[in-house]
Each structure stands twice: as structure tokens, then as C-alpha cells.
Write a protein that binds this ligand. Structure first.
Ligand code: CP
Ligand code: NVA
Length: 319
């Protein structure tokens, strides 16, 4: 009978990322980002082989949600459980960050009870305020301007598909939003080549573009999604109206129509190109059902990779 290794009791090795925050990914060096991805691959392999790995026994994560979630909530909670720890989810009704209590008081109090904080909120400044006051690792589970945990899963998915990130062309078509920003920073740190095609007035924040340039390479900006898709190995899109922009949804539908990812756009990409979307998706808006449910789509692998990437992040920040 095969002996299954029990590595439950191995003490966590000191991590070079111990105690750090993850608010944008720009806080990491290329080597540190590579370490997170390498660790994610190992943790995923252990999970797939059903090898127990519980280095975070007795540790607790607080998850503060000011916006709805499926993937972020479930993957962080399950990930923390699988690593031997515990996660508790705090809804907008409970914390009411910025209304009932300042973000900094929220962070200081939570840090007295728990070992790490994950926050999903609107204003990125609130997240920075909370992180500045909490002396435990704080992770951004999505703000209006950044979604770093999503970008970790995105890169993991691309690396699994092509074996490398260096020089892989990624075409992002649509809104220059939180997902596009984090992808830009992640690509800058890993050598993937990002082209963002966006309608006029909906490009990424110039400060993020500049930051990506300083970190490695700024994304190329385009007005035509066909230019972005040309020869790309990855075609990526996200919703046209993000959480908090519901009032603009109708107006955005008009503007963003030419940026829909359809079969014709995918045909301009490389022969082995894959389609990614952070989800939730709106079939018939930013992507056709034929593409997202077709053979080139990796969106559910990408969603699964949130779990493995975040487990690596939790382990490295908390060990
Ligand atoms: N992609 C993502 O963050 O999904 P949720 O909004 O469901 O967490
Ligand atoms: N840009 C989207 C991503 C959702 C995961 C939003 O912020 O709503």
C-alpha cells in the first residue's frame, strides 16, 4: 500500500514575506511574486494528491466584505480551513467600515483578535488606512482600483497553460478597471506582455500604467480590440460595469459593444490562445456564450486557481 506522507506537523519554514501586506502586488519584487506562484503550484499539487498540509493551524483570518462575492469569499474561507486555520466573514451590516467605525479603528481592533485580514471594499484609500493601522498582514480582496488576488490566479492559470509568463502576449479588451490594473502590475513583474484595448475615456489609471512601467513594463494601450488580440496567447475581459457602477451600466453597454470578445476576435489570436475572465460574467455583453463556454475558455480553472494562489499567499504572509 502506498504511504501517504503526513506533513501536518512540519513547522512552517521562515517565509521571506512574513508579516507583509498584499494591497496591489506592487509591494512585491519579481522574485517574490515568482515565489508566491511557485508555492501555489506546490500547494495545488498537494491538494490534488490529498496530502494534508496544515501549516496555519490555530491561525485566524477575518474577511471584511463591503461588496458581494462568490469566489473571494469561498476560496479564502476554504483555503484557510485547508491550511488548518479558521476564517470568519464579516458582512457590510456588521463592520460598516467608515460609517460605524473608521477603517483604522477597524484594523487596530481586528488585529487584536486575529492573525490576518482580507478586505473587499470600494475606496482603496480605506484599505490603505486599515492596513496602516493593523499590525497583521492585510490582503486586498478587491477594491475599486485593484484586485491583486485575482491577478495571482490569472498568472497561475497562464503559467500552467504555457509553462512560462515571460513574453506571453495577453490581450485585455474592455474597461481599464481594478482587474486590468492588477493584471498590468502582475505582467510588469513577470515579463508577460499586456495590451489593453479600451473605449475612449475608460483606459487604465495613468498612475497605474506608470507604476507598471517602473516595475518592468507599462501595458500597451490600444483603441481597437483587434490590434490587442492579434497574435495574443491570452484574451481576457471583465464586466463593463463593475460593482458600484450599476447606474452607468446602460451607457456603458453602448460604448463597450465593439470590445465584446467573440469568436471572430478569438480567431485573430494565436492558434493556441486561451480565454480568461475573472467572473462573474455576462454572456452576450463582454463575451459571447460561444467563447466563454467554448474549448478555449479556461475561466473555471482560473476561478479554481484563486484557491491555490491565495493559500500560497496566506501561507507566505503568515509563516
Ligand atoms: N472574481 C472575483 O473576485 O469573484 P467574486 O466577486 O465572486 O469574489
Ligand atoms: N471589475 C469587477 C470585478 C469583479 C470580480 C468589479 O469590480 O465588479
Amino acid at each position: 500500500m502506498a504511504v501517504i506522507p503526513q506533513i501536518d506537523d512540519v513547522p512552517p519554514k521562515p517565509s521571506p514575506l512574513s508579516g507583509r501586506d498584499c494591497l496591489t502586488l506592487a509591494e512585491f519584487t519579481p522574485e517574490e511574486l515568482a515565489l508566491i506562484l511557485d508555492e501555489a503550484v506546490k500547494i495545488k499539487a498537494m491538494q490534488k494528491s490529498r496530502i494534508p498540509y496544515r501549516p496555519l493551524r490555530g491561525r485566524t483570518l477575518a474577511m471584511v466584505f463591503q461588496k458581494p462575492s462568490n469566489r473571494t469569499r469561498v476560496s479564502f474561507e476554504v483555503g484557510m480551513y485547508q491550511l488548518g486555520g479558521h476564517a470568519l466573514s464579516l458582512s457590510p451590516q456588521e463592520i460598516q467600515m467608515g460609517k460605524r467605525e473608521t477603517p483604522s479603528d477597524t484594523g487596530r481592533v481586528l488585529a487584536r483578535y486575529i492573525d490576518a485580514i482580507m478586505v473587499r471594499t470600494f475606496d482603496h484609500g480605506e484599505l490603505e488606512e486599515l492596513a496602516g493601522a493593523a499590525d497583521v498582514p492585510v490582503m486586498n480582496g478587491l477594491s475599486d482600483t485593484h484586485h491583486p488576488c485575482q491577478a495571482l490566479a490569472d498568472l497561475l492559470t497562464v503559467r500552467e497553460e504555457f509553462g512560462t509568463l515571460e513574453g506571453v502576449k495577453i490581450a485585455y479588451a474592455g474597461d481599464g478597471n481594478n482587474v486590468a490594473h492588477s493584471l498590468a502590475i502582475a505582467c510588469a513583474l513577470t515579463g508577460a506582455e499586456l495590451v489593453i484595448a479600451h473605449p475612449e475615456g475608460h483606459g487604465p489609471d495613468p498612475e497605474v500604467v506608470e507604476a507598471a512601467g517602473r516595475l518592468g513594463a507599462a501595458p500597451v494601450l490600444a483603441g481597437d480590440p483587434r490590434e490587442a488580440a492579434d497574435g495574443a496567447r491570452v484574451v481576457y475581459t471583465d464586466v463593463w460595469a463593475s460593482m458600484g457602477q450599476e447606474a452607468e451600466a446602460a451607457e456603458r453597454k453602448e460604448k463597450f459593444g465593439p470590445f465584446r470578445v467573440d469568436e471572430e476576435l478569438m480567431d485573430l489570436a494565436a492558434g493556441d490562445a486561451i480565454f480568461l475572465h475573472c467572473l462573474p460574467a455576462h454572456r452576450g455583453e463582454e463575451v459571447t456564450a460561444g467563447v466563454i463556454d467554448g474549448p478555449r475558455s479556461r475561466v473555471f480553472d482560473q476561478a479554481e486557481n484563486r484557491l491555490h494562489a491565495q493559500k500560497a499567499l496566506l501561507y507566505l504572509l503568515l509563516s
